[in-house]
Design a protein around this ligand. Structure first.
Ligand code: KG4
Ligand code: ZN
Length: 348
């Protein structure tokens, strides 16, 4: 038995406060040592933007401004912590909607300056990738990650922490953007991805053979505009002929065409990089059919497949805090002159 004085001191985790405002979620979270989730608060604006059929940038910035301090306070309160307990404040600096990003970056800088806390700056795609490290504490690079969201479709090789090689990306629409556009055309509510997945559940993915854009044997790039046009033309032709549109089959066929290409190109890239771990990230990673096909193909190839839980796939601040922790470990602190960037390359 130890007396009160002799008791060995328990090391406290390094607590990072994450802040995310790149699109339409005002989010703050506290993560300890990169994988202990203490709080994860999200003020979603989905119901506001739904009435416009998509995100209205000016409205998003205004809502971020209204919500940011309350969301940060709630994240700290839920974690049972104060600013003085933090080892760093991590914020998404880009890419995204500039007016939205500025709110998070300005708030993070103000807190960092006022409380003398190190500032850490995270790239939005990097944060999505790090959702996997948050969810799977034993995961270590190297891995290939497919990042599929409303704004991005990127195949990224990560040989070690904070090191990225871009293997492929979309030449036109992002995967989530394609989901959202087709959903909108069909008349489904924003955001289209989850609604379209729901509709596809009872459809036959093989009923309508929509095209797959392979872009040649060697290419690891993606393109979804041809598929989008094919789906829209199919629906228009049916309507012109006065025939019923089999919406469930259209949704299932479209979804299958997207995920077939996503999965096969990612498996090919992982094989070519001689890596045995493959991961999925970003809002579209919440898609059940995509996860199932990945699981199956990875198993066939003898690869380990990782994906975050659904609430860590779509935008959140816990993934920002996790990535920020790795910046903290490598001593990559940001100056208080840090800016926000609508366009922000992952590899700088
Ligand atoms: O990562 P995210 O929350 O925001 C961006 O960084 O863009 O991703 C949002 C995107 C939207 O396009 C949304 O429709 C899509 O992810 N998404 C889905 C699903 N859940 C969200 N797409 C397909 N199936 C889903 N279940
Ligand atoms: Zn995102």
């Amino acid at each position: 038995m130890f007396s009160q004085q002799e008791q060995p001191k328990k090391e406290l985790p390094v607590f990072i406060l994450g802040i995310e405002t790149s699109c339409d979620e005002t989010a703050a979270a506290v993560v300890g040592n990169g994988n202990l989730l203490f709080s994860n608060v999200i003020a979603s604006q989905i119901n506001i933007h739904r009435q416009y059929g998509g995100v209205v940038p000016e409205v998003a910035s205004r809502k971020h401004l209204e919500n940011i301090t309350g969301v940060v306070d709630e994240a700290l309160q839920k974690a049972g912590l104060d600013f003085a307990d933090l080892g760093g404040i991590a914020v998404t600096a880009g890419p995204g909607l500039i007016g939205a990003l500025l709110v998070g970056v300005a708030a993070a800088k103000a807190y960092a300056f006022a409380r003398q806390i190190p500032l850490l700056v995270v790239h939005h795609i990097e944060a999505h990738i790090y959702a996997n490290f948050l969810a799977h504490p034993s995961l270590k690079p190297p891995l290939v990650c497919l990042v599929v969201s409303g704004g991005h479709t990127n195949l990224v090789l990560m040989r070690e922490h904070l090191s990225y090689e871009l293997l492929g990306s979309t030449r036109d629409d992002a995967a989530g953007e394609a989901f959202d556009k087709i959903a909108r055309f069909i008349g489904l509510p924003y955001p289209g991805g989850p609604a379209l997945e729901e509709l596809a559940r009872d459809g036959n993915p093989g009923a309508i053979p929509f095209p797959r854009a392979w872009l040649g044997d060697e290419s690891l790039d993606f393109s979804f505009s041809g598929l989008k046009t094919a789906v829209i033309n199919y629906i228009r032709r049916k309507r012109e002929k006065g025939e019923d549109v089999p919406l469930k089959d259209v949704a299932a066929g479209f979804q299958a065409a997207v995920i077939d290409v996503l999965v096969e190109k990612t498996i090919k890239a992982t094989r070519a990089a001689e890596v045995r771990q493959v991961a999925l990230a970003g809002g579209v990673a919440a898609n059940g059919a995509l996860r199932d096909l990945f699981q199956l193909r990875a198993q066939e190839e003898g690869m380990h497949f990782y994906f975050p839980p659904k609430d860590l796939c779509t935008d959140n601040a816990a993934m920002v805090a996790c990535a920020g922790y790795h910046h903290y470990l490598s001593g990559r602190f940001a100056p208080l002159t840090q800016e926000a960037y609508a366009r922000y390359p992952l590899i700088r």
